[in-house]
Write a protein that binds this ligand. Structure first.
Ligand code: B16
Ligand code: MG
Length: 219
């Protein structure tokens, strides 16, 4: 029986992925690297330092910087990102999400945030939806990033539920892999070839309907 929903944040509740991409684009440019088109999906769901490593690896420059220099680059990126998300308002909640949250509330489903972003609490406050959630996994306490299942297992524990009682939402292939490794039902939002591992796929959040998702979950 469905008892809880576990949500990724960036790319699911709001399109903060575009701010991540823009900030990394500027950092990459400052060190003479052009982000490849696959960075769009590749950066989704990865922690801040994993994102930088992904960019450097993609350019064949994984050994170019010391750890301290990498920390400085990641800090620079985060400063730009934090500035960008200050402009977010409830109008930035993605289509279909307000109805989904309302329907979940009516059904008294537990709702937890499973975002790799240390800025997730700030974004939830900007969007004015922080009170809708029963908990937020603190990514600073995690040992491994997505696609490792740790974050979804922790979210499920925060909800006090079992893997077969939750549906988890993701826009990133690494995130869908994390959900499946946690043994949960995955809803993928985006390109069906990229998110092929998901149990239920919609092209955009506008197509999310709790009754249909629940029917697929129970099938
Ligand atoms: P921060 P999600 C992820 O959030 C983003 O998709 C990813 O691009 C970002 O690097 C990561 O959060 C860390 O974010 O730098 O704010 O801690 O998709 O897991 O909600
Ligand atoms: Mg995401």
């Amino acid at each position: 029986m469905l008892k809880g929903l576990l949500f990724d944040l960036d790319g699911v509740l709001t399109d903060s992925a575009k701010f991540h991409l823009a900030a990394w684009g500027k950092v990459a440019e400052s060190i003479g690297i052009t982000l490849p088109p696959e960075a769009n999906d590749g950066l989704r769901g990865r922690s801040r330092m994993d994102s930088l490593d992904f960019i450097l690896r993609g350019a064949g420059q994984e050994d170019r910087f010391t750890e301290a220099e990498k920390e400085a680059l990641a800090t620079k990126k985060n400063a730009m990102y934090v500035e960008a998300i200050k402009s977010m308002t409830p109008a930035d909640i993605l289509p279909g999400i307000p109805q989904l949250l309302a329907d979940a509330k009516t059904k008294q489903l537990k709702m937890i945030i499973a975002s790799a972003s240390k800025n997730a609490p700030t974004i939830l406050r900007q969007l004015k939806i922080a009170a809708d959630f029963d908990g937020v996994v603190d990514p600073a306490t995690l040992h491994r990033g997505k696609p490792d299942p740790e974050i979804y297992v922790r979210a499920q524990e925060l909800a006090g539920l079992q893997a077969d009682e939750v549906v988890s939402f993701e826009d990133a292939s690494a995130g869908v892999a994390a959900i499946k490794a946690a043994g949960q039902f995955a809803v993928g939002i985006g390109d069906k070839t990229v998110l092929a591992q998901a149990d239920y796929i919609v092209p955009t959040t506008a197509a999310l309907q709790l009754s249909q998702i629940e029917a697929a979950f129970n099938a």
